[in-house]
Design a protein around this ligand. Structure first.
Ligand SMILES: NC(=O)c1ccc[n+]([C@@H]2O[C@H](COP(=O)([O-])OP(=O)(O)OC[C@H]3O[C@@H](n4cnc5c(N)ncnc54)[C@H](O)[C@@H]3O)[C@@H](O)[C@H]2O)c1
Ligand SMILES: [Zn+2]
Ligand SMILES: [Zn+2]
Length: 378
C-alpha cells in the first residue's frame, strides 16, 4: 500500500509499505478520510523527535475490510471512525472514561495513539490501510453511505478535543468563554461552547481566514496582533473578564508580532482574561521536553506561568489529551440529527499524494489551509 512517511524535518514522501496484518481482536480498515492535525506539525517541524520512517495520521475513518478472530460488534463493510487514542476499554483509566490515559496499550506511558511519537507501536493512517487493535472498543460505527464524510472524520480528534476543552472548563449555559487559538481545535472548542449554550464566545488568533471562520459560527473574533487580547476581551465584558477559558494553542504560542514564541503566553493571558474563580480548559499541547524551546527551562518543559495570579484569582485548570471515546458517540448523534456541522472548519479535501504540499501550507498557515482532510481512496 501507499503511505506518507517522514524522513527528516519537513521531508515527507509518498512511499510503498507492507499492508498491515491483523490478529485477534483487531480489524483492518480501508481508509476513506483522515485529517492532518496541528499535533502532527510538532513532529513535522522536528520539535518532537519522530523516528524516521514513521507514518503519521491519528484522525482516521474508513470501511472495515477484514475482521480478526474474537471481534463481535464490528463487521466487514461497516463505516467506522476511530478515536485518535488507542485504548483497551478494560483498564482502570478506560473504565473511568479516561481513555486518553489507557494503561494497557503503551506500557510505561499512560496513553496510546496512531502515528505519534512516544504513543506506542500504532502505525498512522496517512496510508491506504490501518490496523485497529481492541476493535470493538476503538471503532465507532457510522451510518452507511457517503453522507457527512467531512463531519464524521472530525470525530476522530478535533471535534471531541474542542469539546473536551469545554468539558475541562465546565462550560455551561449562559456563560462567556474566551478561546485562545482559532486553529481547528480552537474553532471546535468555540463551536462546542456555543452548542453547550454559552452566551458569548471570544476567539483569539492572528490569522485572518481563521478569525473569519470564528465569526461565521457566531463567535467574536479577537485579533491579538492588533492589540492586547486581554484588554480587548475585558472591554467587551464590562471589565470583568470571561467566566471560562480554553487554551487551544499550547506551548508554540506566538507573540503578538507573530515572530517570536512565548510558551507561557496563552496560559498567562487566560489567567488574566478569565474572572476570579473561573475555570480554564487546556487541550493545547505542552511537552516535558522540547529541543526547540526558547530557553533552557522551556527545553525541559518548565514555563514561567503566573502561579501567584492563578492562586490569587482562585481559578481552576484542567489539561491533557482528550478522551475522545467519552464524547464521540454523543457528538456523532448530534451530526446525524443535524444539530452539529463541524465540517465548516474543513478548508481542503485532497488525495493522499498531495500530503507533503498540504503539510507545508498548513504548517505556514497560508492560503487558507485551516483543516486538511486527506482522501487515500481518491
Ligand atoms: N489535547 C488533545 O488531545 C489535542 C488534540 C489535538 C490537538 N491538540 C493540540 O491543540 C493545539 C491546537 O491544535 P490545532 O490543530 O488547532 O493547531 P494549529 O497550530 O493549527 O492552531 C493553533 C492556532 O493558534 C494560533 N496562535 C498562536 N499563538 C497564539 C497566541 N499567542 N494567542 C492566540 N492564538 C495563537 C495560531 O495562529 C494557530 O491558528 C496544538 O497544540 C495541538 O497539538 C491537542
Ligand atoms: Zn490530532
Ligand atoms: Zn485501557
Amino acid at each position: 500500500m501507499l503511505t506518507c512517511r517522514i524522513h527528516a524535518k519537513e521531508d515527507l514522501r509518498i512511499e510503498p509499505a507492507e499492508d498491515p496484518q491483523i490478529g485477534p481482536g483487531q480489524v483492518l480498515i480501508r481508509l476513506g478520510a483522515g485529517g492532518i492535525c496541528g499535533s502532527d506539525l510538532h513532529m513535522y517541524e522536528g520539535r518532537t523527535a519522530a523516528e524516521p520512517g514513521i507514518v503519521f495520521g491519528h484522525e482516521n475513518m474508513g470501511i472495515v475490510q477484514e475482521v480478526g478472530p474474537g471481534v463481535v460488534s464490528i463487521h466487514q463493510g461497516d463505516r467506522v471512525v476511530m478515536p485518535f487514542n488507542v485504548a483497551c476499554g478494560f483498564c482502570k483509566n478506560c473504565l473511568a472514561g479516561n481513555t486518553a490515559f489507557c494503561l494497557t496499550v503503551n506500557p510505561g506511558f499512560a496513553g496510546g495513539a496512531y502515528g505519534y511519537v512516544a504513543m506506542g507501536p500504532y502505525r498512522g493512517g496517512q496510508a491506504e490501510y490501518l490496523r485497529v487493535p481492541f476493535a470493538d472498543f476503538n471503532c465507532l460505527k457510522l451510518p452507511p453511505g457517503q453522507e457527512h464524510e467531512d463531519d464524521f472524520v472530525l470525530l476522530a480528534d478535533i471535534f471531541p478535543t474542542g469539546y473536551h476543552g469545554c468539558e475541562l472548563a465546565e462550560v455551561s449555559v449562559g456563560e462567556s468563554v474566551a478561546v485562545y487559538g482559532a486553529g481547528p481545535v480552537g474553532l471546535m472548542a468555540a463551536y462546542s461552547a456555543l452548542l453547550r449554550g454559552a452566551k458569548k464566545v471570544f476567539v483569539v488568533d492572528r490569522v485572518p481566514e481563521r478569525l473569519a471562520k470564528a465569526g461565521e459560527i457566531g463567535a467574536v473574533p479577537i485579533d491579538f496582533s492588533a492589540a492586547d487580547p486581554v484588554e480587548q476581551i475585558k472591554e467587551q465584558t464590562g471589565g470583568e473578564g470571561t467566566d471560562k477559558g480554553v487554551d487551544a494553542v499550547g506551548y508554540q504560542a506566538k507573540t503578538g508580532s507573530g515572530e517570536g514564541e512565548e510558551p507561557a503566553m496563552v496560559l498567562n493571558s487566560l489567567v488574566e482574561t478569565v474572572r476570579a474563580t473561573g475555570m480554564i480548559g487546556v487541550p493545547g499541547l505542552y511537552v516535558p521536553s522540547d529541543p526547540g524551546g526558547v530557553n533552557e527551562a522551556a527545553k525541559h518543559g518548565m514555563l514561567l506561568v503566573e502561579v501567584g495570579r492563578f492562586f490569587e484569582k482562585g481559578q481552576r485548570m484542567g489539561m491533557g489529551q482528550a478522551n475522545v471515546k467519552r464524547y464521540n458517540m454523543k457528538l456523532r448523534d448530534m451530526i446525524i440529527e443535524g444539530r452539529a456541522t463541524p465540517s465548516f472548519v474543513v478548508s481542503h479535501d485532497l488525495p493522499l499524494g498531495q500530503a507533503p504540499d498540504a503539510y507545508n501550507k498548513f504548517d505556514k498557515r497560508i492560503d487558507g489551509y485551516t483543516k486538511v482532510i486527506l482522501k487515500p481512496a481518491a
